[in-house]
Design a protein around this ligand. Structure first.
Ligand SMILES: NC(=O)c1ccc[n+]([C@@H]2O[C@H](COP(=O)([O-])OP(=O)(O)OC[C@H]3O[C@@H](n4cnc5c(N)ncnc54)[C@H](O)[C@@H]3O)[C@@H](O)[C@H]2O)c1
Length: 270
């Protein structure tokens, strides 16, 4: 059901790779709520066939940009305002990648050039995106910026590897930059901490199947899906959440406040 929550609002959505991506679902939901946007992804990661399909479905244009590259970001922000016909009301940062995870390097045996690259893609890029937007004064007042994160920033999940540290950094950037965006431009900045979700990035984590099944059993409402995350993001982009800022918001079926559930206990009582 659509409520026209984003009617007349304009933005940029980073990170739609395929139909499982959280950003893909978000693009569909934002479109259904009346928002218009530019889609962007890293030129090397972009699967043109698939992202074209999303662009057609949502009447949007695609501008390739590596989110670690300032020139790409400057071009993206300027062109997006031209295409959309004005400043932005919302931005979704839905980007994450660990080279150590991809190459099977353990947390205790990192290759630090991989660590640095993963940090730049997963956390540093959020600062870069916001700095370019801030300096170009590209957000409308009462706009909303959201990045996606995971609870490994607060608690230990061994196989999440260096992504845990990247997410802690990402969440800190949201608070630090959110202060300046709030004070100077009346723009809010938040992170949404999402349940494990079967996407390309999610499934790259070792032992993901066990991970997602455990979270499902621990959460009183079960795991939040990519669609649930998309809907929460729509709410955060809408005018109904105008003074929510500097927050890390859990969209996880209650997992983050659980100690143990009856269902998980049962597996130890046999
Ligand atoms: N899937 C999960 O379990 C889960 C849980 C919590 C949070 N998240 C977060 O959600 C976000 C989206 O991930 P997803 O699960 O939808 O997976 P996904 O693989 O569909 O999306 C990750 C995106 O990052 C993009 N990307 C990588 N390097 C880039 C670069 N240099 N510049 C621009 N884009 C780049 C990829 O092309 C891809 O589109 C990530 O921040 C992820 O950490 C995912």
């Amino acid at each position: 059901m659509a409520y026209n929550l984003l009617k007349g609002k304009r933005g940029i959505i980073f990170g739609a790779l395929d139909e499982n991506s959280i950003a893909w679902k978000t693009a569909e939901q934002v479109h259904a709520e009346g928002g218009s946007f530019v889609l962007t992804n890293a030129p090397i990661a972009m699967r043109m066939g698939q992202i074209n399909e999303l662009a057609n479905k949502t009447n949007s244009e695609i501008i390739p940009a590596d989110a670690t590259n300032l020139e790409d970001l400057e071009n993206l922000i300027s062109k997006s305002m031209e295409i959309l016909g004005g400043k932005l009301d919302f931005v979704l940062h839905s980007i994450g990648m660990s080279v150590n995870v991809r190459k099977g390097k353990a947390y205790t045996d990192q290759n630090y050039s991989f660590t640095h690259k993963g940090w730049d893609v997963s956390a540093g890029s959020f600062h870069k995106v916001m700095q370019v937007i801030y300096q170009k004064d590209a957000m409308n007042e009462w706009g909303s910026i959201v990045a996606l994160t995971y609870m490994a920033a607060q608690r230990v999940f061994p196989d999440y590897n260096d992504m845990a540290d990247n997410k802690a950094y990402l969440e800190s950037i949201a608070r630090s930059f959110g202060y300046f965006f709030g004070r100077d431009k009346n723009v809010r900045v938040n992170t949404i901490s999402q349940s494990p979700t079967p996407t390309t990035a999610g499934q790259g984590v070792k032992g993901f199947d066990g991970f997602i099944a455990y979270a499902e059993k621990m959460s009183p409402l079960g795991n939040a899906t990519a669609l649930d995350c998309a809907n929460y993001t729509v709410a955060m982009f809408s005018d109904l959440t105008k003074r929510v800022t500097l927050q890390n918001l859990y969209n996880d079926g209650g997992f983050s406040n659980m100690g143990v559930s009856n269902e998980v206990m049962e597996t130890f009582m046999k």
